[in-house]
Design a protein around this ligand. Sequence first.
Ligand SMILES: [Zn+2]
Length: 119
Amino acid sequence: MHLSEAIWKGSKLRPQGFGKYYTAAGGSCAWGAAFEGAHCGILVPHLSHQRWPVVGITSQCPLCKESNTVANLIVHLNDDHLWPREAIALWVGRMEESEDRSLPASLPASTKLDSHVGA
Ligand SMILES: [Zn+2]
């Protein structure tokens, strides 16, 4: 599941919260929504990065142009700009599209592993 999809799905489960993955009032921030939407539990940053490599891309905040990783910009958009999680999901989706385009189409990521099956 793409990160954008996980945020989107998780945003339907609780109201939005700020400053924490899950707030005492029962809300979730964009990252909390992602973890819940993906049913993966809270992931430490390096595991989030393994699962969703897009979070390691350096990008710019669409509002204030701050340069940071997608991982940190998700927090920034949620907590500093109070962006709805659905909007954050759409923004992350655009990052994922540009990431997909940067991969060579003729070499899917699974090819290497497939060739090892039965070797
Ligand atoms: Zn900003």
